[in-house]
Design a protein around this ligand. Sequence first.
Ligand code: FUB
Length: 314
Amino acid sequence: MFLWALLLIQTIAFAQNPLVRHQFSADPSAKVFGDRIYIYASHDIRCEHTQGRPDWFCMEDYHVFSSDNLIDWDDHGMALHQSHVPWADQESYSMWAPDGAEKNGKYYFFFPSKAKGHLERQNDPTVNGSAFNIGVAIGDNPGGPFTPEPTPIPQVYGIDPNVFIDKDGQAYLYWSQHDFFVAKLKDNMLELAEEPRIIENIPSKGLKEGPFLFERNGIYYLTYPRVENQTERIEYATARHPLGPFEYKGVIMDESPTGCWTNHQSVAKFKGQWYFFYHHNDFSPDFDKNRSIRADSLFFTADGLIKKVIPTHR
Ligand code: FUB
């Protein structure tokens, strides 16, 4: 009886991929607040003027989606637009993968963008070769809207912010700039509380982006996309502390057989079941910079390893 119920739940979850169908969506970071699950996502559009790269990512704003059953998704409307961000380069359309977090009743939206003047600083070693900064915007509700801080987070250069808040209330910021970086956040969620440190022991080959950390039974799982051959596959490493040391464990999702170059993941437990969120170019098979977010159930072995997720299709 229990097995049949489990199969039914999985079938329902599988049947609605991709999750959002009225616009493109990518880079899902899933967080549970109250009795709803929220997805902080990127918003792919098509445009012809992204600094000479018309066939590149074009992203000017964010929408947050939420659900109480993983089937019906509310779009909370535009949460933040590049024109609201004083430090962002308004011509770069580079509002890449975001994340959301709650602290003391306020909601903090973390996002990357190319900053004004990034072309002039290309060879500046202090920015670690990054055109991107990471900023924070603050709101009263998990679905936004969010008001950006006037300046980006000092000392943070790179993309794909992920915020993890541990059981003791300490918040950690993870991000990517070739390597993965991590640092504790101050209680105000707006500044680092320490110097950034590089996360060691992740395989060195292949672009590494999209770090996402979650905890289960005292094990901290660092998940991330990495190119081993042609496209990104999702791997993970584990540690006994959010700062590591991490040990590489394996692959959660293989490379896309149909050639979507990026993938980007998150993991959340909702109403007793673990889920794996990711994206694919379901609705844009000929252009893989227009993506759609998806979810499948996630399962663990008895010793805490992650079982591989096979993407389900419509
Ligand atoms: O969505 C733009 C970029 O593509 C993200 O920041 C990366 O993680 C990759 O998905």
